[in-house]
Ligand binder design. Sequence first.
Ligand code: UFG
Length: 330
Amino acid sequence: MTIAVLGGAGYIGSHTVSQLVKAGQDVVVLDNLVTGHRLAVAPKARFYQGDIRDYKFLSQVFTQEKIDGIIHFAAFSVVPESMQDPLKYFDNNTGGMITLLEAMKQFGIDKIVFSSTAATYGEPERVPIHETDPQVPTNPYGESKLAMEKIIKWADAAYGIHFVALRYFNVAGAMPDGSIGEDHKPETHLIPIILQAAAGTRSNLQIFGDDYPTKDGTNVRDYVHVVDLADAHILAMHYLQAGNPSAAFNLGSATGFSNLEILNAARTVTGQAIPAKIGPRRPGDPSTLIAASDKARERLGWQPHFDDVEAIIATAWQWHQSHPNGYGDR
Ligand code: UFG
């Protein structure tokens, strides 16, 4: 029984590989290392460097390894970048999925758990957002992931490739033992940016917009700890292995924090003043994203352990302090 983790050197992928290895699972990692880090991959996992859009690479790995299921993280995920370069997102995310499904069909691999996103919903009609709510993305990143969901649904109907689409809300934090964490270059996400400002490695912190229709005018997001998210992938693979039908699940905490609330929580956790300015809105940002994730709790048996945003930020802060330059590989 071998699981292939695509994008297993990335932020969420590496935490999932680590949790799988700890559970005694045989793991193969495929990653092109464009945004991932070789050092983030647990030593027990067998590593193959290559791109999921490269059919020859996939078929070489799938010939060498007997893969029973795939957990697929390999994608670009930066909302503002997707606004500037949408084709990069449709090529890598959506195009990559087509090549991957072709290889799965060819090699008889019939189970896949993959990263979808809250960004597929766009500006929600109601909060918390349920899985059955309309999916109308406000940015190409969300659109590229929605297209992946649609393609896989038809691949399931035609070829019997069963899937779980996990729609993440905002992921944050790091492995509590300090071994792995978040390292994006350039960094665009709110919590690591705030922590860079707290550590003094970033001089300029802006909160993008304070005129949204929210409690304090800044965007509201639902934060999930990266290890809780990782565990959801393992449960989702078990769900498919047990013969359950393909499905999509939200992964969030049902609690929304505004950007200013996150800033204040980080001030408490770090004990630093963290100077910040209000800047203009960032194009493509929905004002509020909060998940209803009862479905994941009921059907997958998912039980997040981190239910407090300060505890989530504290693990991220520990990683930042011990790895001020991330993995130091770029
Ligand atoms: N923000 C700032 N200043 C910054 C960076 C971010 O104010 O320097 C704000 C953003 O405008 C947004 C909030 O902080 O209001 C969160 O932004 P992030 O970039 O951290 O995260 P996003 O909500 O844009 O996107 C993240 C993931 C996506 C995922 C989405 C789902 O990157 O992949 O969460 O909610 F789809």
